[in-house]
Design a protein around this ligand. Sequence first.
Ligand code: N01
Length: 542
Amino acid sequence: MPISSSPDVDAVVVGAGFAGLRTIHSLRGLGLSMRVFEAGDDVGGTWYWNRYPGARTDTESWAYCFSFDQELWEQWPFKERFTAQGDVLEYLRAVADRHGMREVIQFSTRVVAAKFDAEANLWRVQTDDGVETSCRWLITGLGWLGIAYKPPFEGADQFEGESYVTSQWPHEPVDFAGKKVAVIGTGATGIQVIQTLAHIAGDLTVFQRTPNYVMPGRNHALPDEQLAGLHDRFEETWEQAYSHVFGFPMEPANRLGGGLSDQELEKIFEAGWEAGGFRFIFQTVDDMLVDQRVNDAASEFVRGKIRSIVKDPKTAEMLCPTTHPIGGKRPPLGNFYYEAFNRDNVHLISVREDPIEEITRTGIRTRSGSHDFDVIIYATGFDAITGPLAEMNVEGLDGRTIESEWASGGQMFLGLSAAGFPNMFSVLGPQAPFASHPPVIERQVEFIEKVISQALEIGSVRVETTQEAQQDWSDQCDAVLDATLLKQGMGDRPWFLGANVPGKEPSALCYLGGMGGFIAAVDAEVAAGFPGYRFSKEPARL
Ligand code: N01
């Protein structure tokens, strides 16, 4: 019986977004042959699908890109502080073209199943064109947000107007001028749609279940002088991003709020609010997410801002989050979001008080009455983090499937390796760091490169993470989560704890120990000779 049949290619990569493209670069460095399957007809991944009005990054543009290509970074004309979706795509297309990546990507092809052949130590990957491809290494780059969650509202199919799911947005332009539009959902996506369509739609009604702490993005164009200064700061930018807890290109506050008076905190918060973006959370004090008093003060500060911006007191109160701490749900970035509710054409319905009972032929019926619309937009989130891989029908050793393994919460060593699934690495798997994705992706892929490189060096055909390593990492994820205030938001269904999809078991689906904690963990793993992995030269069961 063969211990190592020859595969069609050394590696199959699934997805051609940030993760897939970065993986191509690394595998090429190792001299491996590969095939990349991408469901879309172009590169981009999450940024290909989420082309809804107003979509843009909320990490500053100069760190929402790759650090591996310094030359491109130093030339790239970052247009705005926060990059618009189309410009993210343009950047990723440039990366793919410049590095000749398209030649290994098969577009418009979805992976429908992957099964580990334990005798041959190969993955057999099925695609929706009916072809099977065998490979030694299976690397998934599916992102956290690949599977939309659309609540099963009664009657949704009978609506006769236009309806859209934000993450399945059409490529053709949608005309909203003069139309009556409903947006369901006020997460980071809903907020971007609402603040954009407020100025275009004839009438916009927002269906909000849980108000969020929306930070002012203060997006702006980057003038040439600023861009030139920025282009001189490659090292500094990436040093900041890789040492910042959430991978942002900013210095930490280097002070704790716990010992400061209320007046001192107020002054610091005011400066953070003015600075915009996530600087309110990460450049004011370093203990906002762990110190109750500081968090309470920050939350109250934001409520004060909402009350001062939104003119109608009743609307302002409806927009004030009161049931979770700041950070208990992922705070969105707005650009004149609260201001939108001062417009006569924008209306707010709280579905906590007035639940949606049915989607009708002509609109939405809530408990208090019916509302007619031309367009309904579902900005209702994702089966995040575990959903994309669970849906891919991945079968490892002994018939174990990812879907069943993760029934009570996804676990992956370092957020990329699952016990029982040899030779598979998932960039941005569950329990990857909760941080800006490009820096996380780069560090994870560099680590994967080192594991594969070690296997090639010693002639190993099967590499598998151990159950102990996986459990230990998962325990660390639990412990860090417990050290924060974030679990207090559980009742408000944060997606990063798997709490937003009915029936999904909430758990620590991400690592909150920051980029620094993650980099220390992967460096220690490499330095110790990969104790979290078993490298075998022949199948364990033969
Ligand atoms: O999804 P969400 P998202 N009835 O889950 C509501 C990233 N992202 O797509 O809060 C009524 O946050 C739900 O209500 P509630 C970013 O990491 C990044 O907005 O559960 N409402 C909530 O308001 C972000 O955090 C960027 O009570 C229902 C909304 O739908 C992540 O994606 C931009 C409902 C879902 O919000 C997810 O954001 C956009 C129901 N039955 C997104 N079910 C950038 O980088 C759900 N909702 C800029």
